[in-house]
Design a protein around this ligand. Sequence first.
Ligand code: GP9
Ligand code: MN
Length: 633
Amino acid sequence: MRKFSWPKHSVLIIAVIATWLTTYIGYYTSFNMKIDNAMQQFILLINPLAFLLFIYGVALFIKKTKTRNRYIVAVSFITSFIMFANAVFYRFFTDFITLPLLFQTSNFADLSSSITENLRFLDLFFFSDVLIILVAIRFFKQGPERVQESSSKMGRKVYFAAAATLMMFNLALAETQRPQLLTRSFDRELLVKNLGTYNYHLYDLFVQSKSHAQRTFADGTELTEIENYVKANHAQPDPKMFGTAKGKNVIIVSLESLQNFVINNDMDGHEITPFLNGLTNDKDTFYFDNFYQQTGLGKTSDSEFIVENSLYGRNGSAVFFTHSGNTYNSLSERLGENGYATSVMHANSKSFWNRDIMYKALNVQKFYDVDSYTIGEDEAVNWGMKDIPFFHQSVNLMKDIKQPFATRMITLTNHHPFDLDEQDKLIPEYTSNSNTLNKYFQTVRYMDEAVKEFFDDLKESGLYENSIIVMYGDHYGISENHNKAMGMYMDKEITPFDNAELQKVPLFIHIPGSGEGKKMHELGGQVDIRPTILHLLGIDTKADMQFGSDLFSPDHEPFVIFRDGRLVTDKNIYAQEVCYDIETGEPAIDEAQCEPYIERANTELNYSDALINGDLLRFKERPDGSPEMKESK
Ligand code: GP9
Ligand code: MN
């Protein structure tokens, strides 16, 4: 009778399975991840596997059994430790470990004092795979089949091809759940959910070391050239407007996905934004109708970055993720220095867009995230808390903040896929081939209602008179994929010229009691918000590194640069390499009109990238003459 023999790589197989299962079970016991559907469930199950096959698979190249087993035990210990460390960290920060967070000194101090508090006996579970592997090694030593030669070349090829295929399969599934996950990052939880803890850490390591390397080679010499450029473009404030809102609270509202085409417009006879329309003719409101969004892949977070810093986001990635360790001269920081209590209010998890970390770099003093809100029954839809209860509870929070305060509020309901509960639908859907556009009008209408109630709440709270309210659309809601439906709504064929024009978002600056409000046609973009607000508050920005300028200034230049290189001037729009005439929307007769601006746009975007990649603002002298030089991160 043929003697039973164990497969050659039993220990390896057992190791992969044991670590896979402890990791998967660990996901459930130690992290609170939201799993919405069976597909996400499946991705979670398979996501540790490809990495484990690779890392354990290295054992196949090791000839000596003893060394091979040692390697396998070491890998199992390290992977267990990674899961264990994340579990402990999560208990404290409700977040996964990321390098900048780990090395923030304040976090480190918090961490070490609370590590022991956050240890649980059951955390030993993470090491159960190590134990299983040790037992397996012992068992196979005593077993009948002791010869374990290293594997054949062919066998190895098949093994790694299988691991690679699995990895591709995993990435493809993740892509169906979250398009552009790797370029946009979004959220650590999404990365872990889709790629698994181990791959997430590799990705984090890659992103962080890339930005670290660029930073290392910068020495500040580039700063002078950029400073000269910025100085040359500085616009002196209009003395009539400078300081008109001095000492008042500043409330900046990011209106999710709100484009300007809905303002003063209707959908099948239904007014879409009745309250905001009222503001466009209000004596206390400056409404800018020729104002553009300038975000890239970082969407909301890019708009926040632009508003805070008057710099551009990054091309092809979200700066909130890639450069959260930089030194910035943010709006929040400047306001903080001027005695304002600064905060952000947003009822979403704090790690989304890496906000928890980035806000520290931006010197935002307090982040009211989802944990500051109570979300009652029927108060959440789509991405989270509905705007009406969000505004309502936010005003309650504001009552307790020391004045003057400056807070940025980020709305959420008008977000793709624009879902609403029945009772919140105040107008019918549109009818086109795009479900997205059809529902968009309804969620915009809901957001308008929310803003109206917000104004009422502010008046009731007594905060209104002593505050200014700045509201802007953060980025487009309807992408170019819906050109056909947009064409139907606008009753014309959408060209690249129209697509660029559709990047207009509304900007409202509401100053209670001003009486000077009017429609403003000045051409501007989100980079202009920072200097405009600071000047209204009577804070000078002459020495600031910013690419935007005060929209009220007589020197404000009518010129807007998009992150992707498109641009708008008072005469032209440059898009898809065509210079269009702004009046006719047709290619300009004199194409050369665009050229100097194309060059300027390139220069400005490159300068902005250089500032961010080299973390150059750390070399900048502060107004008191001392260099910025925060502790190096
Ligand atoms: C998430 C919210 C939406 O917190 O800001 O982000 P977006 O997808 O619009 O960038
Ligand atoms: Mn957004």
